[in-house]
Design a protein around this ligand. Structure first.
Ligand code: ZN
Length: 330
């Protein structure tokens, strides 16, 4: 039996159809953990969908109404990069409910892993990049409303910058005029990794990501670590440690929300970093040790993962559970 819960429901499936996003991954991770004896049936907790009230703490009434009535514009649907359907909307309400439950359980058990979630490209008034609802932001606002937390820190280790989360909590303004839409392959050649800081507000956001990748417009997180193409395990882990140390010197969160993206993997189809499966597991260990050593509860979401071989994505996500088990069993 694990010393923490895994939030999951059999209904976890995103109705994307044939798509680079492997929407079967949630069930496959669940099955893998059972097959490998990492977890037993008693370790799972099933969420309910978030309420509209929960969603409306983050998203605008107009956007929520469009989602519920199927009245997104053609452009808005295109930006989602996944086909709109009523089932899609229901799936995202459930995913947001999963992140709420996982955050509540993390406050109780020190750690909780949501075998879903991490839809960090959703903004208050629109979705993009496969993300409809910003489940982590919804969870933070719910726990604040319940007076369970006052300050939260997001640690986004997906290969893509957490633009929606940064904008929601940074109150960033759109640059004017908006940047041209260009493909990542045409942007400037990579620079050495560098860190930028700009913090304000009750939520401290950290994002480590490939600079030369979607999104082109990266609204400022509290700490952005812009990594060059081909960043290796050792370089990545050093930047992660540096970002966490810098953050904790200036901010004391009641809850950490960790996006354990599988897409910094060197064989990812949508990423250009060069981490190995072992390096990604060590990344998880760094975050879990940081949480444990600072006595801050941590809620984990899976976020992206588009490896050439689906089994690699499953293994990377399952390793996050194995890493947490090792560190929080002590
Ligand atoms: Zn991603």
């Amino acid at each position: 039996m694990l010393p923490f819960k895994l939030v999951f429901r059999e209904e976890y499936y995103l109705p994307f159809g044939e798509h680079v996003f492997p929407s079967s991954k949630y069930r496959l991770v669940h099955q893998y953990l059972l097959d490998q004896g990492v977890a037993g049936p008693e370790d799972f907790a099933a969420p309910c969908p978030a309420s509209d009230e929960d969603i409306l703490r983050v998203h605008t009434p107009m956007y929520v109404n469009k989602l519920k009535t199927g009245t997104l514009s053609a452009r808005e649907e295109l930006e989602l990069e996944v086909p709109y359907s009523k089932e899609l909307v229901e799936a995202f309400w459930l995913q947001a409910g999963g992140s709420i439950l996982a955050s509540q359980l993390a406050m109780k058990d020190r750690v909780c892993i949501h075998l879903g979630g991490g839809f960090h490209h959703a903004f208050t008034d629109h979705g993009e990049g496969f993300c409809v609802i910003n489940d982590v932001a919804v969870a933070i606002r719910r726990l604040e409303a319940e007076s369970r937390i006052q300050h939260a820190m997001t640690i986004d280790c997906d290969v893509h910058q957490g633009n929606g989360t940064a904008a929601i909590f940074g109150e960033a303004e759109e640059p004017f005029p908006p940047p041209p839409a260009w493909s990542a392959g045409l942007t400037a050649p990579s620079r050495p990794a560098h860190m930028k800081q700009a913090h304000r507000g009750d939520v401290f956001t950290i994002s480590l990501h490939q600079e030369n990748n979607y999104p082109v417009w990266k609204p400022p997180s509290s700490i952005d670590v812009n990594l060059p193409d081909g960043t290796t395990d050792a370089e990545y882990l050093a930047w992660l440690e540096k970002a966490l140390m810098t953050a904790i010197e200036q901010f004391e969160p009641d809850l950490l929300l960790y996006f354990a993206g599988a897409d910094p993997y060197r064989e990812d189809q949508l990423g250009g970093l060069a981490l190995t499966i072992d390096g990604l597991k060590r990344r998880d260990e760094v975050v879990f040790r940081f949480a444990r050593n600072n006595s801050i509860p941590v809620m984990v979401t899976l976020a992206g993962g588009y490896a050439v071989r689906l089994e690699d994505t499953i293994r990377i996500h399952a390793n996050t559970v194995i890493a947490a088990k090792a560190i929080f069993s002590k």
